[in-house]
Design a protein around this ligand. Structure first.
Ligand SMILES: [Ca+2]
Ligand SMILES: [Ca+2]
Ligand SMILES: [Ca+2]
Ligand SMILES: [Ca+2]
Length: 325
């Protein structure tokens, strides 16, 4: 039996990790054994005497923590009635052990103008950060819950249909939530023996569940289309008589925050009149009558002009002339 005595007695505590453990944000990896042995020393008659304590071994419990963040830089633009519009999220295991996470979505939420109908949760199974239809794996609750190592993340997509009645500029919110499959609850709640490496699993500061929202913004466009005519008769007047020249003006005005794709104008030459060759114009510039490389032609008794994609706020004007027979 050794006794610690004397003014020179010192207690030194030293800790040694039983396993090499990588530094992770969640702290020491769950299941790591921490052995701790203290020593005492004192000045004995023959010099310093060192006395070791018993070794105390602890296994690091698993903290269950998760974060979900929106990965979209802003609102995702969508047109009314469109399907499979994609919101992107990142789910990260911020705990210190391997954990699978159950996912859930919600589209019927307040704080917005409409409810997107969430149709699928999809895992970015090829890891490219982008939704690949038919390639990335559709999530099935309890079937393919993503298993994440500490600090690991998975990109998750929510696919939604935008209601047909959603108005231009309106926003709709959808939410992704993730929950540790071991369990969640109040921070500090413990699941005995369920931690990685044999310790307990303990709910961390996040509550072991998290959610985040993304927004769809409706970007719609409509076109107003107005046709007008001016008449020049052979006598310097404006009567429509045989020989009068009618100049038709077709004005397409696109409004809204979106873009109309492949807007096209067609107008049949009215009965009782004949097209005046070489009079077709777009934005004041002449178009050839032939079907060639430019945006319009006369074909099958009608003029046709292709305006392409036209964004809200823009106007396209087409003119042509006919002569009264
Ligand atoms: Ca775990
Ligand atoms: Ca809503
Ligand atoms: Ca992908
Ligand atoms: Ca042409």
């Amino acid at each position: 039996m050794q006794h610690i005595s004397g003014v020179g007695a010192r207690i030194i505590a030293g800790a040694a990790l039983g396993l090499a453990s990588p530094a992770i944000a969640g702290g020491t990896t769950a299941g790591t054994r921490i052995d701790n042995q203290a020593t005492a020393s004192y000045d004995g008659p023959g010099g310093t005497v060192t006395v070791p304590s018993n070794t105390v071994s602890l296994t690091v419990d698993e903290l269950l923590d998760v974060t979900v963040v929106s990965a979209d830089p802003g609102d995702v633009q969508a047109i009314p009635g469109s399907a499979d519009r994609v919101l992107t999220f990142t789910v990260t295991n911020t705990g210190n052990g391997d954990e699978a996470f159950g996912l859930a979505s919600a589209g019927t939420l307040g704080g917005d103008d409409f409810d997107p109908a969430v149709t699928a949760i999809v895992l970015d199974s090829n890891g490219n950060g982008a939704y690949d239809a038919g390639v990335d794996t559709v999530y099935v609750a309890g079937g393919n819950d993503p298993l994440l190592a500490p600090d690991a993340s998975v990109t998750v997509f929510l696919l939604s249909t935008i209601p047909g009645g959603a108005g231009d500029g309106h926003r709709g919110r959808a939410q992704l939530s993730a929950e540790a499959s071991t369990g969640s609850g109040a921070p500090g709640a413990s699941f005995a023996g369920q931690g990685q490496g044999g310790g307990n699993a303990i709910v961390g500061a996040t509550g072991a569940d998290a959610d985040a929202s993304g927004f769809y913004a409706v970007s719609a466009a409509t076109v107003g289309f107005v046709k007008s005519a001016t008449v020049a008769d052979p006598f310097g007047g404006t009567s429509a008589v045989p020989g009068s020249v009618i100049t038709y003006s077709l004005v397409a005005t696109v409004s809204g925050t979106g873009t109309l794709g492949n807007l096209a104008i067609a107008d049949a030459i009215p009965a009782g009149s004949s097209y005046r060759p070489g009079t077709l114009t777009l934005q004041g510039a002449a178009l050839t009558d032939a079907a060639d490389g430019d945006a319009g032609e006369l074909a099958s008794g009608a003029i046709a002009v292709r305006l392409g994609n036209v964004a809200g706020g823009q106007v396209r004007t087409v003119t042509f002339q006919v002569q009264v027979d």
